[in-house]
Each structure stands twice: as C-alpha cells, then as structure tokens.
Design a protein. Structure first.
Length: 351
C-alpha cells in the first residue's frame, strides 16, 4: 500500500538491483557492528528499571497515603503510564536487548510481565517472535490474523454476523477497542498456560495469580469496593489505550507480503512492512523506542538507546539500495493506519 503523506526515501531501481536479496543486509549489519550499536547498555537499563520500580512504589505509597477517597483516581493514569513503561522493559528483555544471559533476561521478563502486569511473558514472547520473523505476512504473522480486526479484503469478505459489523466500522472502533487491550492481554496469558511445558507453566501461573491477588488486595484494602472498581477500570483502559497508541503506527497500512509471491530477504521484509514515527525525546519516551520500528525490526537485539543512532545509517543504506524507507509524524501514522482499516471495511459498507 502506498504511504500517503509519509516521508519515503528511495532511489532508482537500478541502484536497488545491485545486490541479491540474500546479501543486501550484510553490509548494513557490518556497519552497525563496527559502530558498537549492538553492544548492550547494562547501566542504561539498570537506571530505567530502578526508576520505574521506584515510581511504581511511589504510586502505591500515594494510594495508601490518600486512602479511601475519589482523589486516588488521579493516580490511575500515572499507574497506566508506568504500566506501559514496564511493558517496554519486558519487551526489551524478550529481545535480549538488556542482557545476553537468557536466564537473566527471562527473570526480568517474568517480573515485569507476569508479576507487575499480569501478562504472560512466555505467551507474549512466542507471539511477538513469530511477528518479527514474518511481519505483516497474512499466514504467519499472528498480529494480522483475522480476529476482532481484519487487515485484508480477503479477510473482510469472510466475516459474518456481528464480526461483519465490526469490520465495517473497525476504523472508528479501533481506539475504543484498545481500551480493552490491557485486559485482553491478561486473558490471553492465562489461556496460554495450557500450551506451556509443566515447569514453565507452574512459574508463569504462580506469578500471574500473585499479580491478580496482590492488585485486588491492594485496591480493596485501601478503597471501598465502588472506588476500587472505578480505579481498576480507569487504570486498565488507559493502560490498554497507551499500549494501543504505541503499537498502532508500526505496521498497519504498510506492505503485506504476498504468500504466493516473491520471497523477500531480511532487509526488504523488515523495512517494507514497517513505519517509523518522527519525533524527539518525548516521542521516544512515549513510544518506548518503537517509533524506530524499522531499525528495531532489522536489529531486534539492539538496545533501545541505540536505535536513534542507527537510524541515519539505515536510512542512508535504504536510499543506496533503492528500498522505500517510510517515516511520518505521530498523528499521520495513526491516520494512515486508520485509513487502511477503513479501506479494508469499505466493500462491506457499500453492499
């Protein structure tokens, strides 16, 4: 799909045909390694984790200090934002950005995913790795399989009943639906326990249950049932919205490989299906570095603070190879994603 209003860097086709698709990525990888951009940033992540944990502790302390009052609802948005920060750390742990030690990375992921958020680290990691291997592939990427939302006209044509109505209106319903994302992630995690090996299942289940019990006990100990319910609802819907706003711009409306067509190499597969979001320090913070989606997909283990430094190298290399490099502003990224979903549902609105 064409990237309307996006910044697309490209060159003549002859420049892109100079190398076979299988070797396109090697020179870029070598350049990135030479600059040390794949070296881990233990100190940076230690500070991120410490600040996040202290902030979470501060919110809990504030909740207890304020007590049974409607004023505690002011802490729910803060907790939602910190929840997203926690999810970003779990995401980075899953990609081995924080440490090369798999056991240590899993512990970080379990603490930030299962214990602090009530989300299954094993479920998310499995799903997310399959997405990275084949982004936007209609048969292999779990993020574009037909579910509540659909992403191709072929998927839309198979919808019936209530799901057909959802597809007709999915562009308008997208952000309201993200309000449920935080809860949906928890439900998926519990369901996935049946798939996991016994030892992994025991650890995951224990931490998930501990989160639910601790979260419920905290709210019901400090607040009346009505205020506890209001706090939980506000916290969870804002958490889901934040995550939805962070992930929505990344791939929706970008190229979708033809399952029966030409097989792309790693460089084209990751660049053509991803979209970057322009911005400064605030955008980097709000989106957890996912605004450098192209660089992240090319180098999943690259530490988050290095993605901005890698961007000029990747952009220049894509220009040299004649590969479109999609980059746009935050608002326009949402507009492009919503336009794609609107167009997919269009045939169902003109029946």
């Amino acid at each position: 799909m064409a990237q309307t209003a996006a910044v697309v860097v490209e060159s003549t086709p002859s420049e892109g045909s100079r190398a076979a698709s299988g070797s396109d990525f090697a020179p870029l990888l070598r350049s990135v390694k030479e600059r040390g951009l794949l070296e881990r940033r233990h100190g940076w992540y230690a500070r991120e984790i410490a600040v996040n944990l202290l902030s979470l502790t501060g919110v809990v302390t504030g909740l207890v200090a304020i007590g049974d009052s409607w004023w505690t609802l002011l802490l729910a948005p803060v907790l939602a934002v910190l929840g997203a920060r926690t999810a970003f750390i779990g995401h980075d742990a899953g990609h081995s950005q924080i440490t090369g030690d798999k056991k240590a990375g899993r512990v970080i992921g379990l603490v930030h995913g299962n214990l602090l958020l009530g989300m299954s680290y094993a479920w998310w990691n499995d799903k997310h790795n399959r997405h990275h291997a084949n982004p936007n592939h209609i048969d292999k990427d779990p993020d574009v399989l037909a579910d509540v939302l659909v992403f191709t006209s072929g998927q839309a044509g198979k919808r019936t009943g209530f799901r057909r109505w959802l597809t007709r209106n999915q562009a308008w319903l997208f952000f309201p639906l993200t309000l449920l994302e935080g809860i949906a992630l928890k439900v998926h995690g519990f369901r996935d326990l049946r798939r996991q090996p016994p030892r992994e299942r025991a650890v995951e289940a224990l931490l998930l249950v501990t989160h639910v019990v601790a979260y419920t006990a905290l709210l019901l100990t400090v607040l009346s049932p009505l205020r506890a319910l209001a706090f939980a609802v506000l916290h969870q819907v804002l958490f889901g919205l934040h995550l939805g706003m962070s992930f929505a711009p990344n791939h929706k409306g970008m190229e979708m490989p033809d399952p029966d067509g030409e097989r792309w190499g790693h460089l084209r597969r990751q660049v053509l299906t991803s979209r970057n979001v322009r911005g400064g320090v605030l955008t980097d913070w709000f989106l957890g570095g996912l605004n450098y989606q192209i660089e992240h997909h090319l180098f999943p283990s690259m530490p988050r603070p290095h993605l901005r430094r890698a961007q000029p190298l990747v952009r220049a290399y894509c220009r040299e190879m004649g590969i479109p490099y999609a980059e746009t502003g935050l608002v326009d990224s949402y507009r492009q994603a919503l336009r794609h979903m609107y167009e997919v549902g269009e045939p169902l609105r003109v029946e």
